[in-house]
Write a protein that binds this ligand. Structure first.
Ligand code: NAD
Length: 480
């Protein structure tokens, strides 16, 4: 069975503990690999490797650094087919999704930040005729990047690429549930000759590896994507050392459909927003708010479309929803369906675990689930479920839609459907979220700031925001 090792100082390293964790294929329920169970000793080795590599990497020309990143991007593109299979196997997501979204986007992340760093400028200010101020943007040193299991390589590289482009050395940890493509990335870095220590990958759990990374005094910044509770723990651990933090956390995002929306587009996209990647995307629209005058018609058509979605073997090109990440996670999602019933919700379709025939008989599949009849303030409508479950909520006025949209602790994204331009602007401005889409969902431009408000996090990724996060501004004032 394949054993995935740490990647430290350009070399494959077994875990200091000598122990390994099982890696399960969610579609079959079978253990198909093992991953090093890292510990603080491995983190220490990785931080020292990164620290040693830092002076040379930071003083390299921007063009040279960009060149390495572009070679990594090309390498990912050249391996798209194989890496998409690896990502699908590791996560349970449809292979088609990994081919179309996860792996191309990982390549694009490197390409984007390689070119962005070559365009980055800093400010300067003239003080009358006496002085000039200019701002140096210097890399921080060693930084930590910690990512979740739902979009493994996509989110891992979304952090690593800007950190490296800006001149930092990285100690990174993928989710212990999905370590495969991060390991493939390490192999690619070795192949393209990325200098040893510039990128180090330590595998293992959040408590054994993530926390030692966060508290390590030589780690200057932590870029984290994951659950809100974990984000809060990381913030508490990092605070005494005043580390820079970027926290991309959970969501409970509204899709808001007004009666004047383009009906077919709103219908199709709200199904996609609810169930893409089995609903395991932080940006998924898990609360579907529909104007009362449209509600019954929309509900009927929405449920019909959801019933037409195919849950199946991730390798089957016809599959819309693959397996959930783990049995434990499926149990959690199902427990929310039970809670919804207790809270008075009606299950319009789905709600149950699914047993598939053949190779996937022991996989973690679940029916796409639609629930109505719940109050906006009940737990089902307040807490992140992170699975194929959406609730339908009718509203009467624009004010009520905005009120319900904002009535959760989260504030990551929203998708608003209307053909009334003035309303689109009003609602977009009033919604408490880092990202509002109007008449679309998950359309991304990597130059835009990405992140959440309230319990969805602090800081922004993307574009120059990410490059600013991974650098420290230093103002130099020269009198003349
Ligand atoms: P998680 O918080 O359990 O784990 C995320 C990562 O943090 C993993 O690598 C994990 O090992 C590590 N970790 C866990 N405990 C830690 C600790 N105490 N210290 C340091 N690291 C620790 O999240 P998950 O279950 O892997 O991912 C799902 C969550 O991620 C959902 O809440 C989802 O909304 C969120 N998410 C947010 C975004 C975003 O951009 N806002 C994107 C994707 C996923």
């Amino acid at each position: 069975m394949q054993r995935l090792m740490h990647y430290i100082h350009g070399q494959w390293c077994p875990p200091a503990s000598g122990e390994f964790l099982p890696v399960v294929e969610p579609a079959t329920g079978e253990v198909y690999a093992e991953v090093g169970a890292g510990s603080s000793a491995d983190v220490e080795a990785a931080v020292q490797a990164a620290q040693a590599a830092f002076p040379a990497w930071a003083s390299m020309s921007v063009r040279q650094r960009a060149h390495y990143l572009l070679r990594i991007a090309e390498g990912i593109e050249a391996r798209l087919a194989l890496w998409a299979e690896a990502e699908s196997r590791d996560t349970g997501k449809p292979l088609s999704l990994a081919q179309q979204v996860d792996i191309p986007r990982a390549a694009l992340n490197f390409e984007f930040f390689a070119t962005a760093i070559m365009q980055m400028a800093s400010e300067s200010y003239q003080t009358g005729t006496q002085a000039i101020n200019y701002v140096l943007r210097q890399p921080l040193g060693v930084v930590a990047c910690i990512s979740p299991w739902n979009l493994p390589l996509y989110l891992f590289t979304w952090k690593i690429a800007p950190a490296l482009a800006a001149g930092n050395c990285v100690v990174a940890k993928p989710s212990e549930l999905t370590p495969m493509t991060a390991t493939l990335l390490a192999g690619l870095c070795q192949e393209v000759g990325l200098p040893p220590g510039v990128l180090n990958i330590v595998h293992g759990t959040g408590s054994d590896v993530g926390e030692p990374m966060v508290v390590h005094p030589q780690v200057k910044a932590v870029s984290f994507t994951g659950g809100t509770r974990t984000g809060s723990r990381i913030a508490a651990l990092a605070a005494p050392q005043f580390k820079k933090l970027s926290l991309e956390l959970g969501g409970k995002n509204p899709t808001i459909v007004f009666a004047d929306a383009n009906y077919e587009q709103a219908l199709e996209m709200s199904v996609r927003a609810a169930f893409r990647n089995q609903g395991e995307i932080c940006l998924c629209g898990s609360r579907l708010l529909v104007e009362a005058s449209l509600y019954e018609r929309f509900k009927t058509d929405f449920v019909k479309k959801v019933q037409g979605l195919r849950v199946g073997d991730p390798l089957d090109p016809a599959t819309d929803l693959g397996a959930l990440i783990s049995d434990a996670h499926r149990q959690k999602v199902l427990s929310y369906v039970a809670l919804a019933k207790e809270e008075g919700g009606r299950i319009l379709t789905g709600g149950k675990a699914l047993e598939l025939p053949g190779r996937c008989a022991h996989g973690y599949f679940m029916e796409p689930t639609v629930i109505e009849g719940l109050d906006a303030h009940c737990r089902t409508n307040q807490e992140e479920i992170f699975g194929p479950v959406v609730t339908l909520i009718p509203f009467n006025t624009e004010e009520e839609a905005i009120y319900i949209a904002n009535a959760t602790p989260y504030g990551l994204s929203a998708s608003v459907w209307t053909q009334n331009l003035a309303r689109a602007h009003r609602v977009a401005a009033a919604i408490e979220a880092g990202i509002v889409w109007v008449n679309t969902w998950m359309l991304r431009d990597l130059r835009t700031p990405f992140g959440g408000v309230k319990a969805s996090g602090v800081g922004r990724e993307g574009g120059f925001e990410a490059l600013r996060f991974f650098t420290e501004p230093k103002n130099v004032c020269i009198s003349y």
